[in-house]
Design a protein. Structure first.
Length: 244
């Protein structure tokens, strides 16, 4: 369980990470011949400027078919940005001090004219899965019940499966947030976790759909449940794909 001070430390990380996210979008707008790797290095530069750090893994930046790989880390020979490209950006960081927890977000952007209908359709399904999890948690809390990790995962999966993408679910719906890694030790939002969530502890919700060799969509927020059984979302909520 996080103290009020630790929650405030998390909120500060969320604020800085959101700021970096906006700077990434602006960087891409101003550097349309950039690559996945160059964006990744820009992110790390911004982390340093804001005195925030990641863990052992670098940020995830994937264009088009690389966005369909949930844990894709570009190298120096990575793809260059081309017209009509989907862009997935997954960043996580914490204040560079002991006892400070992470924030963790994923954002989607598109460089080109009209976003293809299949991309928009999948994005809307993922957003629906994310928002359905939020509504379920809020509904359980109003009943005085702490939601269970497995149940939340099932909510997201149900939305995606009904839309016909069961085979394109490649990871859990969320995880608790830690201090040395964005992944904490108190249980994840996945089918195998039959435990209740813990009050005053940060978690993510990040459903995704991944179409091999085509594209992937993920939307990720952070949240915690306070002492009054209220869901507190601590990061921005993406409602539309960012146009570049």
């Amino acid at each position: 369980m996080w103290s009020k001070e630790i929650i405030n430390r998390h909120l500060l990380a969320c604020k800085l990470l959101s700021k970096v996210k906006d700077e990434i979008i602006e960087f891409i707008r101003n550097n349309k011949n950039t690559s996945e790797y160059e964006i990744q290095q820009f992110i790390l530069k911004k982390f340093k400027e804001n005195d925030i750090i990641s863990d052992k893994e670098p940020p995830i930046v994937g264009f088009n078919e690389n966005s369909a790989i949930p844990h894709y880390f570009p190298n120096k020979d990575s793809k260059k940005l081309e017209n009509n490209s989907l862009i997935l950006i997954d960043i996580w960081a914490k204040i560079n001090k002991k006892g400070f927890p992470f924030s963790d977000i994923t954002w989607m952007a598109y460089y080109g004219n009209d976003i293809p209908k299949d991309i928009l359709n999948v994005f809307n399904i993922v957003v629906n899965a994310r928002d359905s999890c939020i509504k379920f948690i809020q509904s359980e809390l109003k009943k005085g019940k702490m939601p269970i990790g497995k149940e939340i995962d099932e909510i997201a999966r149900d939305v995606i499966i009904k839309a016909g993408y069961e085979k394109n679910i490649l990871h859990k719906t969320g995880h608790c947030i830690g201090f040395t890694s964005p992944h904490g030790i108190y249980g994840n939002i996945r089918l195998s976790n039959k435990s209740q969530l813990v009050r005053n502890l940060g978690y993510t919700i990040e459903p995704g759909i991944y179409l091999k060799n085509k594209f992937g969509i993920r939307s990720e927020i952070d949240f915690y449940i306070d002492d009054n059984m209220k869901l507190i979302i601590t990061t921005p909520i993406q409602k539309e794909i960012v146009r570049i």
